[in-house]
Design a binder for this molecule. Structure first.
Ligand code: PHE
Length: 453
């Protein structure tokens, strides 16, 4: 269980405030930052998309992260139980939506994480060394061409996720997190700095931060908003579950602000690492889901010590994906343990297996099932990613915001927000945002998408 040390109380708590921050940051920072952010930014034309994404993080993401953590800590329950505990009736459905989203997202997340494990294996075998530089970009199409490889690596990743959630290594994981995250950050900084001084550096900066507002059409807005939820692990109860293990002395806004800043920085850094390569080598920014796998290995095969850095980078990428994967599985498992009274072991094994099976069509979506397209021209993996990220998560987030702003009593929200050593007194600001601003923004983007504005 990624969770917390067992104490004498019935539910465990994080061992420290830092443990809580690291676990939440571990959930937030993942493939969303390094794999997905750069590729969707590339598809939606850069600057305007990036700025709108940051706008969503501040006005929708951060306030909802605070709301989820408050709900979790106040009720000390899984997402379904949390909504039921505050107000019975149909609000439990919001938790249910979260459980379904966790199930669906992990099914294809594990396929993409499997690509990263494959690249880790390739880098250990020395594939990204100068001697092989010329064949590097083709490796990705080679991987996608093999259904069996993808299934195999997906199974490896799901196996690791299930193993961690089963228990045992939680203390080790919390500790490993503290070392791995800063190292990942450092490698990204090195790659970004290197990128900025390369021939394509200037063009990359311009692409990422110079807005061309004509590119911000409704699908781009929906994608940016959905990604704010995805990247911060919001809208499905993951942060609610982690908040339920937080102690009373921790200031929730402090944790939420720290996690949001870290998450956004990692996303921007990977953009800064990847786009200079795109422009230096005349590649297409809109190359799609393979972008990170096609670009970074080129640099690894060209820089001194690159083959070692490649191993380290893919190791950290897999680790980042694992710490997110376990939070997705944890939501599903917590529901079956808390509400259905299943044993933890049974819930983890059965749900892990079902999620793996649901992921099989995603693993086959580039070959055997390439004609199975749910949403115009997108294969199965990209289609369910779009449905889960752009619709399920923002819908869940909208309901969580409405619940916190309108159902939870003001006194309770204020008390929970102000627990711990608060240095920032911003209850009225946050309350106004969660009550009016976040729900209205999410609703506008939704309505915009179906052409109502
Ligand atoms: N935030 C994770 C990432 O960026 C993905 C995730 C989404 C994790 C939702 C938990 C819940 O990779």
């Amino acid at each position: 269980m990624p969770a917390p040390h067992k104490t004498k109380q019935k539910r465990g708590l994080w061992s420290s405030r830092l443990g809580f921050i690291m676990a939440s940051a571990g959930s937030a920072v993942g493939l969303g930052n390094i794999w997905k952010f750069p590729y969707i930014t590339g598809m939606h034309g850069g600057g305007a998309f990036v700025l709108f994404f940051i706008f969503c993080i501040v006005t929708v993401g951060l306030p909802i992260m605070i709301a989820e953590m408050i709900l979790g800590r106040h009720t000390r329950k899984d997402p379904v139980g949390a909504f039921r505990a505050v107000r019975g009736g149909c609000w439990g459905v919001v938790g249910w939506l979260g459980v379904i989203a966790g199930f669906v997202i992990l099914s294809y997340y594990s396929v993409v994480a499997g690509w990263a494990v494959d690249y880790l294996w390739l880098s250990i075998r020395g594939t990204f060394s100068a001697a092989h530089a010329s064949g590097v970009p083709e490796l990705f199409s080679g991987l996608l061409a093999s259904d069996w490889s993808q299934l195999f690596w997906q199974a490896v990743f799901m196996g690791m996720t299930v193993f961690i959630v089963l228990g045992g290594v939680s203390a080790g994981l919390e500790r490993a997190n503290r070392i791995m995250m800063p190292v990942l950050f450092l490698i990204l900084v090195i790659l970004a700095v290197k990128g900025l001084f390369s021939p394509g550096g200037k063009q990359a900066l311009h692409f990422l931060f110079h807005p061309d507002w004509s590119r911000l059409d409704p699908p781009a807005m929906l994608e940016a908003m959905g990604h704010a939820f995805f990247s911060l692990s919001l809208g499905m109860g993951a942060m609610l579950t982690y908040g339920s293990y937080a102690d009373e002395k921790t200031s929730i806004p402090g944790v939420a602000i720290t996690v949001s800043i870290m998450d956004t920085c990692v996303a921007l850094l990977s953009g800064l690492a990847i786009f200079p390569i795109v422009f230096t080598f005349g590649m297409q920014p809109s190359a799609g889901p393979g972008l990170v796998f096609k670009t970074l290995p080129i640099i690894f095969s060209q820089m001194p010590g690159g083959s070692v850095i490649a191993v380290l980078f893919f190791l950290l990428l897999v680790f980042a994906a694992l710490t997110s994967g376990i939070s997705l599985l944890e939501v599903v498992v917590a529901y079956y343990c808390d509400e259905k009274k299943w044993e933890r072991k049974k819930a983890t094994l059965i749900m892990g297996l079902l999620i793996f099976l649901l992921g099989v069509p995603s693993a086959l979506s580039n070959n055997l099932l390439k004609d199975l397209q749910l949403i115009g021209g997108r294969n199965f993996l990209d289609s369910i990613d779009l449905i889960a990220t752009n619709y399920l998560l923002p819908l869940g987030g909208l309901l969580i915001a409405l619940f916190t702003g309108w159902v939870l009593t003001t006194g309770l929200a204020k008390g929970e927000l102000e627990k711990g050593a608060v240095r920032i007194h911003f209850f009225p600001v946050w309350y106004f945002i969660i009550k009016y601003v976040s729900p209205v923004l999410v609703a506008i983007v939704f309505l915009h998408t179906i052409g109502l504005f």
